[in-house]
Design a protein around this ligand. Structure first.
Ligand SMILES: Cc1ncc(C[n+]2csc(CCOP(=O)(O)OP(=O)(O)O)c2C)c(N)n1
Ligand SMILES: [Mg+2]
Length: 332
């Protein structure tokens, strides 16, 4: 089904919100207001497309399950995650819903949308996703799991074990590989011998496709087909969406140590936000008045959330070990 105008505008809005929020986080880091930022710039089209390709109910919350990773800000926003919650994490405030300011930012979870908690261990979300899919199958539920990772994570042992098991048991999972061509300082060719992460699927017995991750429609179509297949009980699929990590890995990374400025500048021309905007303007879906309206709305929303998080209290040091261990006598 081609996407209608209202849905396309909604998708673009979430892409724009993610980009402006991400840029604001970089600014907060530069200003010394936050300690760390890990950016999803360049991943917006593929993440929003994936969020819209699974089942979403009231408020955009997923009714399927989602096992994301730290680079999924646009995915999270498209699933209804509030910018305020994100900023509380960035500022490490007591009210941060993910960990009360104890975890690194972007290690989110979001119960209303069935989003499980992110672990910093690369690829550890993949066995979790497959376990959830096994439970779905055993309970005969009409649900699927969307599991995301970077391309670097697909070279982890547990990625192979989990994807293999999903294929053997024909479990309802879509593995979305967000190939941004780097795993921290390691370029793709430094950690995998195949041309595409999708090539790994064949050897494990599931279908794998590779699409342009900056093309909203291409990713939407690929994830929709994979989701439908999973829902019909025909098993898992791998969708690789190829993009480029325009920013350093994180605010702690100096990417000049391993790649040239020219390479990054050339890749900026493939910016998914820009491409989607041009596509929507050409299709007469996006007007300049709508663009201005979205920009104003995003700025107001983000600034209100920044103000809220900035003035929110830090965690009380007395609570340092809270939620780390079960209380004595509690049954967990
Ligand atoms: C098991 C494990 N090894 C190493 C790391 C350190 N590390 C954090 S992110 C990262 C790169 C992951 O690259 P990729 O999967 O391509 O995702 P990207 O960050 O590019 O989105 C590494 C090596 C880790 N978190 N977990
Ligand atoms: Mg990567």
């Amino acid at each position: 089904m081609p996407l209608n105008k209202t849905t396309l505008l909604d998708m673009y809005w979430h892409m724009l919100l993610a980009r402006r929020l991400d840029e604001r986080a970089w600014q907060l880091h530069k200003d010394g207001e936050i300690n760390y930022h890990i950016s999803g710039i360049g991943h917006e089209a593929l993440q929003v497309a994936a969020a819209f390709a699974i089942r979403r109910g009231e408020g955009g919350y997923a009714s399927d399950w989602v096992a994301p990773y730290y680079r999924d800000l646009a995915l999270m926003l498209a699933l209804g995650y509030p910018p305020q919650d994100y900023l509380l994490g960035l500022f490490a405030r007591a009210a941060d819903p993910s960990s009360g300011g104890r975890q690194m930012p972007n290690h989110w979870s979001f119960k209303p949308a069935n989003v499980i908690s992110v672990s910093p261990v690369a690829a550890s979300q993949i066995p979790h996703a497959v376990g959830i899919a096994l439970a779905i199958k055993n309970k005969r539920e009409d649900k699927i799991v969307l599991a995301t990772s970077g391309e670097g994570a697909t070279s982890q042992g547990e990625w192979y074990e989990a994807v293999n098991w999903a294929a053997v048991k024909r479990l309802p999972v879509v593995f979305l590989v967000e190939n941004n061509q780097y795993a921290l300082s390691t370029p793709q060719e430094g950690q995998m011998a195949v041309a595409r992460a999708a090539d790994k699927a064949n050897g494990l017995g599931l279908p794998g496709v590779s699409v342009d991750g900056n093309d909203l429609n291409a990713v939407y179509d690929a994830v929709s087909s994979a989701a439908e297949r999973a829902r019909k009980g025909r098993g898992p699929s791998l969708v690789e969406a190829v993009t480029y990590r325009i920013t350093p890995h994180s605010s702690d990374d100096d990417d000049r140590a391993y790649r040239g400025k020219q390479e990054v500048e050339a890749q900026k021309k493939r910016d998914p936000l820009l491409h989607t905007r041009i596509f929507l303007e050409t299709e007469d879906v996006l007007t300049s008045a709508k663009q201005t309206e979205f920009e104003t709305k995003a700025r107001e929303l983000i600034e209100a959330a920044v103000e809220f998080a900035r003035s929110a209290p830090d965690p009380d040091p007395e609570t340092l070990t809270a939620s780390l261990y079960a209380e004595e006598g509690a049954d967990g």
